[in-house]
Design a protein around this ligand. Structure first.
Ligand SMILES: [Zn+2]
Length: 312
C-alpha cells in the first residue's frame, strides 16, 4: 500500500495581501519539496456543499461564496484582526482544500491507500461554525472527521492537531460529538488565547495541551507520550486525522517553540505506530500552518516521508 498526496495548482490561486504570513509561496515550497517523493498523486476535488455543511450552516457557505471579490481582496473577518481574506481566484483553493480532506478519507477508508497527506491552503483549524478566523475559512479536518463518521459510518475518530496554535475551530466543530476525540497542543500564551488544559469540552473528549514558550521537541514528545497516546488508546479511534501545522519549528516567525524537523518525524512516527495498533494504519493528515518557508518545506517533507515509511 502507499501514501496519497493530494495537492493542486488551484491552491496557489488563493492570493493574500503582501506581507501576510499565510501566502501562496507556502504551498509552492511544499509542492517543490515533495516533488521527487514516490507517492500516489491525486487531484483534490472541489468539495460538495453537503460535505462542508457537515460542519458549517449553508448560510455561511453562501456568505463565503458571495464575498468573492472581482478584484483586490475581500476581508472576511468580522472582528478586529484583519487577516482572513478572499481573492478573485480563491474559490477553487477553498473548496479543494475541504474536498481534498474528504477525498483522502474516502481513499483511506476504501483501502485504496494506507494514509494520505492533503497539501492545500487555506488552512482550516481556526474556522468555527459561522466564523472565519486566523487565515481559515472552512474547518477542513473537522469536515473530514464528520465525513468519516456520517458517510462512512465509523463509530469513533480522533483528530490530533500539532500546529503551534490552538485548534479552536476544530474543537468548536467537533466537541459536541463524543465520537470525535480532539487533541490539540499549542503554545500558551499565544493567539488565539484559548486551549487551557482544563477545557475538556462538554463530553470530556477534548484534550488541550498547553506548551510554554521555548518548549523543545524532546519535551513536546514526552508530553505526547504521557498524555496523547493514553487518550488515543482509551478512545479507540477507527481513523486518526492529523492537523499538520509546522509553525512550532524553531525558525517560525509567529511563535516561540523550539521544535526541529526531527521533532515532526518523531511525532508522525508515534502517531502512525499508534494507528498501526489501533486502526489498521489509517491516517489522514491535513496541512495547517507553518510560516518560515524553508522550515515549512523541510518539515512537510519529513512528515510525508514518515507517512510513507508507515505505509510500506
Ligand atoms: Zn498555526
Amino acid at each position: 500500500m502507499t501514501t496519497a498526496l493530494l495537492t493542486h495548482a488551484d491552491g496557489l490561486l488563493h492570493v493574500t495581501p503582501t506581507g501576510m504570513p499565510e501566502q501562496v509561496a507556502r504551498l509552492a515550497y511544499i509542492q517543490s519539496a515533495l516533488e521527487d517523493l514516490d507517492v500516489l498523486r491525486v487531484d483534490p476535488p472541489l468539495a460538495n456543499d453537503a460535505s462542508i455543511a457537515l460542519c458549517h450552516p449553508q448560510s455561511y457557505i453562501d456568505f463565503v461564496r458571495s464575498k468573492m471579490p472581482t478584484d483586490g481582496f475581500a476581508g472576511l473577518d468580522r472582528e478586529t484582526d484583519a487577516e482572513t481574506f478572499l481573492s478573485p481566484t480563491s474559490e477553487g483553493a477553498i473548496w479543494r482544500a475541504a474536498g481534498g480532506a474528504v477525498k483522502a478519507v474516502d481513499m483511506v477508508l476504501d483501502d485504496e491507500v494506507t494514509n494520505a497527506f492533503v497539501a492545500m491552503r487555506p488552512p482550516g483549524h481556526h474556522a468555527e461554525q459561522k466564523l472565519p478566523m486566523g487565515f481559515c475559512i472552512f474547518g477542513n479536518v473537522a469536515i473530514a472527521a464528520k465525513h468519516a463518521l456520517e458517510v462512512h459510518g465509523l463509530s469513533r475518530v480522533a483528530v490530533v492537531d500539532f500546529d503551534v496554535h490552538h485548534g479552536n475551530g476544530t474543537q468548536a466543530l467537533l466537541q459536541d460529538d463524543p465520537r470525535a476525540l480532539v487533541v490539540t497542543s499549542q503554545q500558551m500564551p499565544l493567539w488565539p488565547g484559548t486551549g487551557e488544559a482544563s477545557d475538556r469540552g462538554p463530553h470530556g473528549t477534548v484534550l488541550n495541551i498547553p506548551l510554554a514558550p521555548g518548549t523543545d521537541g524532546a519535551h513536546a514528545i514526552a508530553e505526547y507520550e504521557r498524555l496523547v497516546l493514553p487518550a488515543l488508546i482509551k478512545h479507540q479511534p477507527e481513523l486518526i486525522l492529523i492537523s499538520a501545522g509546522f509553525d512550532a519549528h524553531q525558525d517560525d516567525p509567529l511563535a516561540q517553540l523550539n521544535w526541529s524537523v526531527d521533532t515532526y518525524s518523531t511525532l508522525t512516527d508515534m502517531l502512525t505506530k499508534t494507528a498501526q495498533t489501533l486502526c489498521e494504519r489509517r491516517v489522514v493528515s491535513v496541512l495547517e500552518g507553518g510560516y518560515d518557508l524553508d522550515a515549512l518545506a523541510l518539515c512537510a517533507r519529513a512528515h510525508v516521508q514518515s507517512l510513507m515509511k508507515a505505509a510500506q
